[in-house]
Design a protein around this ligand. Sequence first.
Ligand code: GDP
Ligand code: IMO
Ligand code: MG
Length: 438
Amino acid sequence: MRAKTAEVLGAQWGDEGKGKIVDVLSERFSAVARYAGGHNAGHTVIIGEHKFVLQLIPCGVIRPNCMGVIGNGVVLDPIYFLDEIDRVRKTGLDIDGRLFVSNRAQVILPYHRMIELAAETAPGRQKIGTTSKGIGPAYEDKMARSGLRIIDLLNTSLLKTHIEAACEEKNAIAHALFGTDPLDPAKMYDDYAAAAERMRPLVTDTGRLLNGILAKGGSVMFEGAQGTMLDIDHGTYPYVTSSSATAGGASIGTGVGPTAIGTVISVTKAYVTRVGGGPFPTEIHDAIGEQLRARGNEYGAVTGRPRRCGWLDIPLLRYSNQVNSAEWLVVTKLDVLDELEEIPVCIGYEIDGKVSDEIPADVRGLEAIKPVYTTLKGWRQSTEGVAEYDKLPQAARDYLAFQERESGAKIGMISTGPDRDHTIVLPEFAAALDGINA
Ligand code: GDP
Ligand code: IMO
Ligand code: MG
């Protein structure tokens, strides 16, 4: 029997529309769990007049019967997190008693941001174009076994000694390397000890909680953050984030074992975007890129930075499907292509005169790629808000069929606008979801 779980993740460099898709699907799940990243994520959900941009809180909580879980793989700044909770409460959403945080998740503290900012702006350092939330340095501390976990945050004497020791070290490093002014450990302790008290009721062993839900016949959806090509191992290193954004991350980041991952649903835009630095083989450098950015409103949900836009990249999508064992694809933002006469799609990579579909591991290899394009017909007709497959223009269906055939995963859903209702669910996918919840 298949496990009653599904994983939703990003196929490319993030912002594929995971938030919207998790919202649509979470109706069917008992709990939705975040497993990686932190408030570098920005997941947008639009329901009629209401707009939510969630960074740490799983999008499933918008459904009144769905539990939200922040897994051990996440890095969390308690002050930021409490602000997000306050913001969500102000919208009238009642999340009391159904939002939980792993006692094993790592804490982001202000010195993580200080170190990141200093490193990103220092002359001669490789600039990644991060979200400046302290994500990388927090994961560095985790891996160096010098991080603070949520469980330790709740222990005031441990918190105090940790902050004092860490500030001494980080202040010295930041000052010596980057001339940065020191942070005050006493103030930091006061702020975070107060936040810890507010956090206390939400903190639990979420691995136990999730496995318990599954043991009782409930269902769990894993909400990915970032995207496959931002994954620390499989992405365009070093232009990546510092966590496992790919499918395997869900197990590590929640404590639900790999054989309990029922299916992987990979969200891909009908084109591709990237925010921040790093290689992007199919990036469009002319006015059409601007047009896509404007039509798709491609500005970062967290940082407001303009997103770089490019054409659909089949070798990249195939690689991403392989890394994730993706069974299903959800194609979002089809409507953004509505005005185009023709649509180039990358079908191969030319590197040093040879065509291949292998993704080079090194950045220089990635930058040397000359994409090989084929051109598909545009539909020049509005698909905005279309909710039935049969109402899509034939050329749009051909575009989707091409994407499905070439990428090797089945298309289960198509998104034609930001709203929850602007969604086409294909019958085979609906049946598969029914199967997961049966
Ligand atoms: P996420 O990080 O993967 O959750 O994606 P973001 O929320 O950062 O970015 C996706 C953006 O596209 C958001 O502003 C969504 O409201 C919007 N969006 C999602 N699906 C569609 C769609 O099918 N069409 C259009 N036009 N916008 C969409
Ligand atoms: P969601 O979940 C898009 C990018 C940053 C930068 C790199 C490293 O909304 O899809 P970090 O702050 O994580 O150390 O930055 O990763 N990045 C994202 N890009 N969507 C995201 O999340 C991202 N999270 C991180 O822009 O290039
Ligand atoms: Mg986003």
